[in-house]
Design a protein around this ligand. Structure first.
Ligand code: GLP
Length: 242
């Protein structure tokens, strides 16, 4: 695991963006695993700029997002499909049909999960999986529990997660109670993982995830078992690491 802590936001962004860009340069047909949340936004902005300047192309790439809320109406500004279109896909040359986000409105969510896994199986493994980190150690929406699930599944969101995400909704009651998420098994199949964490409030969970015991009570701790993880932290998030 290679951990880098950045004083400057610009360095965090350019390091993350250049990992993705060099992958696309060597493998234009890359399968990208993408994440929502605030941490990757600067990197997505930089990728848009570089794409528009003709420095990188996504025309042959495909993408799979980690997760999606259950039950938000289509086009809801807080749905993860909306986020990805708005923050990245609408502004780059990726083919929309090659972008995948779980459908949290599928009539049969179980069937949707199996379909998502089948697509990942057929088109994967993911070359580079971007991850953020929840305050409780979640990755995607794999919440801490006595056991974890390997494949894509429906999950009940913990109060800590709903409260953390309430800032994006009119009130806590409006935050969905369920989500569809790729499982930890699918995440760990990626060839390379890029974990992005920003903010002082994540310092303790960063330390637990990267240096603490490997346990289902901190799903991100499983990343310690992966052979190719790059972690980018801002100074706040990295402040408890020596
Ligand atoms: C949400 C997403 C996660 C994301 C996390 C971290 O809960 N479901 O996939 O990693 O937020 O968000 P941030 O990047 O804002 O810290």
């Amino acid at each position: 695991m290679n951990i880098y802590t950045f004083k400057q936001e610009a360095d965090f962004v350019s390091t993350g963006a250049s990992l993705i860009v060099s992958l696309l340069h060597t493998k234009p047909r890359s399968v990208l695993g993408l994440a929502t949340g605030s941490s990757p936004i600067g990197i997505y902005k930089r990728l848009i700029e570089m794409n528009q300047q003709g420095l990188v192309s996504f025309a042959k790439a495909s993408s799979y997002n980690l997760d999606e809320y259950v039950g938000l109406p289509e086009g809801h500004p807080e749905s993860y499909r909306y986020f990805m279109n708005d923050k990245l896909f609408n502004h780059i040359d990726i083919k929309m049909e090659n972008t995948h986000v779980p459908n949290g409105n599928a009539a049969d969510l179980e069937a949707e999960c199996r379909k998502y896994d089948a697509m990942l199986e057929a088109n994967g493994p993911v070359d580079l999986q971007i991850l953020g980190l929840g305050h409780n150690g979640h990755i995607g929406f794999n919440e801490p529990d006595e056991s974890l699930v390997g494949g894509t599944h429906v999950v009940g969101l913990q109060e800590k997660t709903r409260t953390a995400n309430a800032r994006f909704f009119p009130s806590l009651d409006d935050v969905p109670t369920q989500a569809v998420t790729m499982g930890v098994g699918s995440i760990l199949k990626a060839r390379q993982i890029l974990l992005l964490v920003r903010g002082e409030d994540k310092a303790e969970i960063v330390k637990r995830a990267l240096k603490g015991p490997i346990t289902s009570q901190c799903p991100a701790s499983l990343l310690q078992c992966h052979p190719n993880v790059v972690v980018l932290l801002d100074q706040g998030a990295g402040r408890l690491l020596s």
